[in-house]
Design a binder for this molecule. Structure first.
Ligand SMILES: Nc1ncnc2c1ncn2[C@@H]1O[C@H](COP(=O)(O)OP(=O)(O)OP(=O)(O)O)[C@@H](O)[C@H]1O
Length: 251
């Protein structure tokens, strides 16, 4: 559904993405993980057309995204930090987005709107909201338009435990509808039982892309956090062995 081919991006002298390629298929729930600053948000922004890679290409349903921006209507995006006109009320922001997306009311998904009780907050101005409430508004907007693909950047950051669970249930429900979901999180335990694939970024490069079954089989670990840690240890060990073999051969 989304294909990322050899994308690189440099900000000034700093290479943020280095020849990254991977495919994201319909029905997959992909964890995009890696240390701070490894390039996860830059990948997401590249998919959304908010950052333009210096080289490489990205396609959505087989079409290069550079040639047609309408693909964006098929993606629900929840940013790490939602930025909205601070003087507008929640109700005005929701109405504005509905106007832009032009979807009939019957197709609008109000589930999170109801579950987070946003109705009671409609008159509150965006500039006065707590971080968690702002996240809830971002979540409502991401899921509201019944998009084929959902991209969620640290979706539970700042949410209270009950709201996090509501959002997790919603993600699970959307996964069952065969949507593509790409999700970043530093709390790997949140991703257990949710994701089908893990894409691990390090220093702007893709370190591995495995299905959860492959990861579990290769590491013998059931939980995502332990499987990722074991996978990295295995790869480091292999690299060290390769290094030693080269040194021995040179001697
Ligand atoms: N517009 C920009 N100008 C300059 N540097 C940038 C810009 N956007 C991102 N970067 C740098 O690119 C690197 C990757 O940033 P990115 O936000 O993609 O990382 P991340 O993996 O999402 O990190 P985190 O886990 O902290 O959210 C960082 O060092 C960041 O400072």
């Amino acid at each position: 559904m989304i294909s990322i081919q050899n994308i690189s991006k440099q900000f000034g002298k700093f290479k943020v993405l280095n020849n990254v390629s991977f495919d994201c298929g319909q029905g997959q729930c992909i964890a995009l993980i890696g240390p701070n600053g490894s390039g996860k948000t830059t990948i997401i922004k590249s998919i959304l057309g908010m950052v333009h890679p210096d080289t490489g290409s990205i396609s959505f349903e087989g079409k290069d995204i550079a040639s047609d921006w309408l693909y964006r209507n098929h993606i629900g995006y929840m940013p790490q930090i939602g930025r909205y006109p601070e003087n507008m009320s929640i109700g005005q922001v929701l109405d504005m987005m509905k106007d832009i997306r032009k979807l009939p009311d019957s197709q609008i998904d109000h589930e999170l709107f109801e579950a987070f009780n946003i109705r009671a907050l409609l008159d509150k101005r965006m500039g006065t909201l707590s971080g968690g409430t702002r996240q809830k508004v971002s979540a409502c907007l991401a899921f509201m338009f019944s998009s084929k693909a959902l991209i969620l950047d640290e979706p539970s950051a700042g949410l209270d435990p009950v709201s996090s669970e509501i959002l997790r249930e919603k993600i699970l429900a959307e996964k069952k509808k065969n949507k593509l979901i790409i999700i970043t999180s530093h709390i790997l335990s949140e991703l257990d039982e949710l994701i089908t694939e893990a894409v691990y970024m390090q220093d702007g490069s893709l370190r591995f892309h495995n299905s959860i079954q492959q990861l579990q089989k290769q590491t013998g670990e059931g939980k995502l956090a332990r499987a990722i840690a074991a996978m990295i240890r295995q790869q480091d060990l292999q690299a060290a062995k390769g290094h030693t073999a080269i040194l021995t051969a040179v001697k």
